[in-house]
Design a protein around this ligand. Sequence first.
Ligand SMILES: C[S@@+](CC[C@H](N)C(=O)[O-])C[C@H]1O[C@@H](n2cnc3c(N)ncnc32)[C@H](O)[C@@H]1O
Length: 502
Amino acid sequence: MNPCVTRQELERFRSAIVARVGLHFDESKLSFLEEVLRRRVSRLDRSSAAYLAELEDDAPRAELTALAEELTVGETYFFRHNDQFRALAEFALPDRMRARATARTLNLMSAGCASGEEAYSIAIVARETVTDPSWNVVVQAVDLNRSVLQKAEKARYSAWALRETPPPIKEKWFRRDGRELALDEQLRRTVHFKQANLASDDSALWQPGVYDVVFCRNVLMYFAPDQMRATIARIAASLAPGGYLFLGHAETLRGVSDDFDLHHAHDAFYYRRKDEPRPAKSLRPYVKVESAVAPALLPGLATTAWMDAIRHASERITRLVPAHGKSTSPPQRAATWQLATALDLLRAERFDEALAYICNGPPQSRDDPDVLLVKALLLVQAGQSIAAEEACQQLLLIDGLNAGAHYVLALCRECAGEPERAMEHDRLAAHLDPAFAMPRLHSGLLARQAGDHKAARSDLAQALVLLQREDVSRVLLFGGGFSRDALVALCQSAVSKCGDRL
Ligand SMILES: C[S@@+](CC[C@H](N)C(=O)[O-])C[C@H]1O[C@@H](n2cnc3c(N)ncnc32)[C@H](O)[C@@H]1O
């Protein structure tokens, strides 16, 4: 039987999958979705209409399980992105042990654990770090796909699954059994697997403040933006204040959540929950969620994002200014104050006037993140790097995941003669906004100055690609007075001085 599927039914199927499982499939995956829909309808011997109605209404768990097996990707291995496990051992676990010194229990989670490699890696690191036997360490591991969980429960793996596992760890925690490697039995028992859907509320799983560390890697990049936000909000609420969240390499929380601070150690980025999660409405409105979700899948991203940001900021501040001001600024001037005017002055290279205009803005503008960022940039261009740094710190208190603030801090640290700290901020900026060219260019130039030509070439190569599609207004703002062409030429010249061509 080969049931016929209409375009409308396919769209309904796509929407129902987002709603029920969180997963988003773009146009290029429609024929795959069509195949899945045909298979499910045929297997259940239903009409497409009846099947979709049930899926939309209240899909039975068995059907969600079957769909998960059809739709999810289970690629994983032990110690994937080992730098994150180093950060877990060196920073997150010791910090959480201090916080739980009285209870002496740590609750860790692998969300979207697939066949268990991530959860067992967490358990191994915890056992190696928390050596005092009076501590109780539990790893909760969840996935929607039942067949991968069955494999996880067995805890037997091929050598390929351990390809990134340090040899001493392999020797200590695994025993060869025929062609397989079997995990230490006691360790296996510290991990509890459960079938659960991250896209739905599960009050037993997501109790407030229980987890110390959550790994949720390479799962949310497949989610629709709203489902990603909702899942992150659940994780934030169920992490203890100060608890840690590890996402996949290409995933960021920029534009998704305000509840976390970003940290960077070795080559790993990770997040720490702020003391009190803020309501979702405090999210920066201009940030493109898509860039945070799957930057690599979005060529041509962010062409007007920054200009929209400035327009929104101007409108927002104008709205905040009282019509008959009680403010200290003259009401007339305050009511017509526009951040866009400062940008016009900037475009005309009247930098001092732009800075004076910003500094004389209405009081309501002074805590606005976009105003603070423009101010910080103008200050650093004017050589006032200490004041610029203060503006950035003020901005980061409001929006801890602001990529622009980290970029300006990189410039400030360079002015202070601290190139390594500068590169650290460049890395944070580039991680938060993978489409942002300037931090790549800046860190490439700094690496070249430091004689690290390999790192310089890598950063400059990425900067060259990103510069071609960088938002025009971001070039204006962050380009230090250079045009896009001039920045590209600067980049190419720096590459040639590294002794190689791209
Ligand atoms: C690519 S694997 C990631 C495995 C591991 N976290 C890692 O990074 O190595 C993604 C896993 O997420 C699971 N997943 C996808 N959607 C899910 C959902 N709505 N609820 C629970 N798990 C889900 C898939 O079944 C799959 O096993």
